[in-house]
Design a protein around this ligand. Structure first.
Ligand SMILES: Cc1cc2nc3c(=O)[nH]c(=O)nc-3n(C[C@H](O)[C@H](O)[C@H](O)COP(=O)(O)O)c2cc1C
Length: 404
């Protein structure tokens, strides 16, 4: 790949991981030139990046040497892509607000090239309303994002969303953007994600342990592949993915109504763990424990079947309908039965038994079940499952168009 990136390294502990990113990018034939913020130089030396990139490292907006060598405007435009990793809360805030008081800020503002950010920060910094605002603004301005992931932070006893994406994931996003490959450009896609909450009374509900991580990752990967994505999400505690239209719902019935509103669509991926049943009525007041009366019984009624509704839609069936099967036993057999029963094109099956840690976790091991057979993928990060599934979806879509 005969391309060049400008890597802006921000001041976070994850800066050291970018040394590996530089090495891996060069292995793929991508030339890398680095800009380091002043804070970044507290974590890794410019000499390390210079050695691995084989190029000068630029650090100072007002350096006569650096400015006469290339100039910050040329620096910002000679690359095919600008990558900010780690993208600190500070660098995100600077670009979101158009601040150019550093070499990194000036380069980001002066560029006419796409920008990819790999945020890395403490989970509370990432969740802060100011950072949320900045991320939303940057996405609206066309900045691409990879990560952050959930997991252990470098600080002790802290875990959550804010870990920088791994170098391999950042490189995959770089390659996607450099190849200009947008296999789902012009396609409308609906993704459902998360659990549903089915009310018992004003304070209680039936729910399940779905976190929405897999569905949200699919929505993000599809948007990166050029699709116009609407994500219909049940109640989750993770952030909305950038570049995706999100509709928040609570119940299965609300989810179905939102999905139907989004039709027509080319693709539907039903990754939500929709409750199969709901209480037959919602108490108007909180149910009370009443002396020695027996515990109240719950009568359940079946919820609407969103996957089946889409797959068997008479007039507006999406070209490709993908369902998920969360099973705890005989996973593949159940998935085959589900494929036939629902009439969808593909089932992504996973084993959500407690010991697998898949439900709520960051990794997944899936089996793709279709009329062509079963394909089992290795255990991988949910973002990697999402990227691979999206590329499979674009292949299936192009073959289904050819056979039309
Ligand atoms: C030990 C240490 C670790 C830090 N890690 C991060 C981080 O991961 N993400 C972040 O946004 N800021 C982090 N900061 C704060 C930034 O370094 C600080 O906001 C700095 O001004 C960022 O400058 P820059 O955005 O120009 O690189 C850290 C600071 C220290 C002292």
């Amino acid at each position: 790949m005969n391309k060049r990136i400008l890597l802006i390294v921000g001041g976070g502990i994850a800066a050291y991981k970018c040394l590996e990113l530089v090495r891996r990018a060069r292995d793929k034939g991508i030339a890398v030139r680095c800009v380091m913020s002043e804070a970044a130089q507290q974590f890794v030396t410019p000499l390390s990046f210079a050695s691995l990139s084989g190029d000068t490292v630029y650090t100072d907006l007002f350096s006569l040497n650096e400015e006469s060598e290339i100039g910050h405007i040329r620096l910002s435009r000679e690359a095919d892509l600008i990558v900010v990793a780690p993208a600190t809360a500070d660098l995100m805030a600077k670009l979101a607000n158009g601040m150019a008081d550093s070499l990194a800020g000036a380069v980001l503002l002066a560029t006419d090239k796409p920008v990819l950010m790999a945020p890395a920060m403490n989970p509370r910094m990432w969740a802060h309303p100011a950072t949320r605002r900045n991320a939303t603004q940057l996405a609206a301005d066309g900045v691409h994002f990879v990560g952050p992931n959930s997991g252990e932070m470098a600080e002790s006893n802290e875990a959550g969303e804010g870990r920088m994406a791994e170098p391999a994931e950042i490189l995959a996003a770089i390659e996607g953007l450099l190849s200009g490959d947008k296999p789902l450009a012009g396609k409308r896609m609906i993704v459902t994600s998360g659990p549903t909450h089915e009310p018992i009374d004003p304070v209680r509900y039936l729910a399940n342990r779905s976190s929405g991580k897999q569905g949200h990752a699919i929505a993000a990967a599809a948007a990166a592949a050029g699709a116009e994505v609407t994500l219909v999400s049940g109640p989750v505690s993770i952030a909305d993915p950038a570049g995706v239209h999100v509709i928040h719902v609570e119940t299965a019935r609300e989810m179905l109504a939102a999905v139907e509103e989004c039709l027509p669509a080319d693709i539907a991926v039903c990754a939500a763990a929709v409750a199969d049943w709901r209480p037959d009525s919602e108490g108007a007041q909180k149910m009370k424990k009443d002396g020695d009366k027996a515990a109240p019984g719950l009568t359940l009624v079946e919820n609407p079947d969103i996957l089946l509704t889409l797959a068997r839609h008479h007039t507006l069936r999406p070209t490709l309908v993908v369902g998920f099967a969360a099973e705890t036993e005989t996973v593949i057999d159940h998935a085959k039965a589900k494929l036939a029963r629902k009439g969808c094109d593909l089932i992504v099956a996973n084993d959500v038994s407690h010991e697998t840690g898949i439900m709520g976790g960051d990794r997944n091991r899936v089996h793709l079940v279709s009329s062509q057979g079963v394909e089992s993928w290795d255990d991988m990060d949910k973002a990697a499952v999402a990227a691979r599934l999206v590329s499979r979806i674009s292949e299936l879509l192009s073959t289904s168009h050819k056979s039309d």
